[in-house]
Ligand binder design. Sequence first.
Ligand code: ADP
Length: 386
Amino acid sequence: MTPLGRPAVRLLGVTKTYGAVPAVDAVDLDVLDGELVTVIGPSGCGKSTVLRLIAGLERPDTGAIVLAGHEVAGPAGFVPPERRRVGLVFQDHALFPHLTVARNVAFGLDRLERGRRDARVREVLGLVRLGDLAGRYPHELSGGEQQRVALARALAPEPTVVLLDEPFSSLDETLRAQVRAELVGVLRETGTTAVLVTHDQTEALSVGDRVVVMRAGRVEQTGTPQEVFERPASRFVASFMGDADFLPAHVHPERGGALLTCEIGIVSTLPGWGGTDADVEVVLRPHEVALTAGADHATAGAGVVTDVEYHGAFVLHTVRLTSGRTLRSWQPHAVRHPVGAPVTASVVPGLTPTLLRGDRAVTSPADVAGPADGDAAPRGRSTLRS
Ligand code: ADP
């Protein structure tokens, strides 16, 4: 265990380039002791490379990696994977097919004498509730059981950190939720520090104590699940972490404050923005958009339903507004505005809106003082929420 307050895993300005383009570009990351951090981003953004760098399967070109206070890669040298105390769990289990469950789990424990090794194998198989299957071979197990063996094998040598690369993606939909709950339960129960790579937004948000959103080798935002979903730092994070639509909006000075309006009417007041007069964009998620039947084209939010998607508990409506822009709205399953129906969209009350200027979120009047940054803004740096 690392002393409290010291990160178990630390990446300091780590860059790794294959060919011309960096796969991982100046990444800083701290994973605290006992924390479960999820790393998410589009395919090819560098998630697996981050794990491989931590594991020692790749060497950084520049920067340093520190595990439990010891530099394992960087100016001081390079510690090979087998001496890093890192556990790995991959999508495809990677169990030895000719070894029993118990011998698979014992694999990394060859430095222990036999009695202690057997006791540790029993202990970790108990943790993953596979004590009864110790004598089976991998092909005699379900996919979920195999993944639990893989976790037991990773945990057995008491690693500093367990790295999980898309560990559930080879499992079918129904099994995935169950195996995920079991594995995450074991990680939490044992207080294990873990980094889990996923491309599934729901998984990143529901499993992580903190979420790292990556884009093109860079960390776009790090925060709690609530922060990255409710206060995205950029247009990319807003649209990658869940559905989002964007409408031009205006901050108006109001007596004693400021009011945010857009094509569908008043969004909210903006405490602390008193006297500001500025063009921005507002991020609207489908659960933040209300619909009522009927439309008067003189009224804000008038539109027509262009698509209805039934999802069971909720129905996703797409509405084309008078401007031609489209918005999506979740409605309870009993509500069905048919395609072609006139509707009026409005913002649900109590919303704390995310505002954008160019591609970055803005949180204070100072952020909208100059011209919009747009795509030319330096990526990965921002004066905004992080
Ligand atoms: P992700 O896990 O987010 O899908 P990766 O970390 O696997 O992304 O890859 C990041 C980028 O680095 C991709 O463009 C990928 O093609 C490239 N890459 C990864 N590993 C290698 C390698 N061994 N050789 C060359 N390019 C690689």
